[in-house]
Write a protein that binds this ligand. Structure first.
Ligand code: KIV
Length: 282
């Protein structure tokens, strides 16, 4: 498999090939994602919830995104890595957005940044892309606005909202984004937006009409809590397997059956005579 870039991903859209993306937050998982041939990774600020245990993404900082982001980049040979810009790292001014996007790219080695918002953040997208930093926009249900939405809710319901979501998509394309994530957008609207845009649409809860799909990996592997959003499909139950493995380890440690001689360095041991001498000395 060859390296995924903005150009190869754009060519995939043009050729009608679907694009895969998952979230990822650490080196070990990034190696597995890369080996699986996934096209794109999002180091999402969802890490605030799935890695740090917050109730939403708002507390996450730029410094934290950089720590997680650079671990992921080190694990990828071919997968394209995009890092989220966290809450309040780009909303104050386009200049603030550019400064933080530049920091994220310089300090992680990622290939793109993602910002939530449509028309309102178009000036920030323009400034960032003009500096040579590829941007993925994120519209529809934007988790950083959870307090304004009054919860994690489907967006684009009703004619006025549908028009607003389409106009946001057109605005971020016009500003220079090379892709746009559509979160919790109804299928026909997602299809229309995908048809109208030249840039890649990445769906999460936005149907198979989008050019690409993204899922939070803990959701798709059965590693998140009991609440599973409607748009998630569980591709494995890794969470259950991990729990069973931890239980088996716990039981063996407590029974004294782990480690066995097989897991020790017996060949490097000193002679019995020397150990008896040590025993007597101390
Ligand atoms: O932070 C994240 O993981 C995201 C996805 C839900 C698209 O933004």
């Amino acid at each position: 498999m060859s390296k995924n870039t903005v150009a190869t991903l754009a060519a995939m859209k043009k050729n009608g090939e679907k694009i895969s993306q998952v979230t990822c937050y650490d080196y070990s998982t990034a190696r597995l994602v890369d080996a699986a041939g996934i096209n794109m990774i999002l180091v999402g600020d969802s890490l605030g919830m799935v890695m740090q245990g917050y109730k939403d993404t708002l507390p996450v900082t730029v410094d934290e995104m950089i720590v997680y982001g650079r671990s992921v980049v080190r694990g990828c040979e071919n997968t394209f890595v995009c890092v989220d810009m966290p809450f309040m790292s780009y909303q104050i001014s386009p200049e603030q957005a550019l400064q933080n996007a530049g920091r994220i790219m310089k300090e992680t080695g990622c290939s793109a940044v993602k910002l939530e918002g449509g028309k309102d953040i178009a000036p920030a997208i323009r400034l960032i892309t003009n500096a040579g930093i590829p941007v993925v926009a994120h519209i529809g249900m934007t988790p950083q606005s959870v307090n304004a939405f009054g919860g994690f809710k489907v967006q684009g319901k009703g004619e006025a909202n549908a028009r607003r979501v389409l106009e946001d998509a057109l605005a971020v394309q016009e500003a220079g984004a090379f892709a746009v994530t559509l979160e919790c957008v109804p299928p026909k609207l997602a299809a229309l937006i995908t048809k109208k845009l030249d840039i890649i649409t990445i769906g999460i809860g936005a149907s198979s009409c989008c050019d690409a799909q993204v899922l939070v990996y803990q959701d798709m592997l059965g590693m998140s809590g009991d609440y599973v959003p409607k748009f998630v499909k569980r591709f494995a139950n890794v969470g259950e397997q991990m729990k069973e493995a931890f239980k088996a380890y716990d039981a063996e440690v407590k029974a004294g059956t782990f480690p066995t001689p097989e897991q020790t360095y017996a060949k490097s041991d000193c002679s019995d005579e020397f150990l008896e001498k040590l025993d007597a000395e101390y």
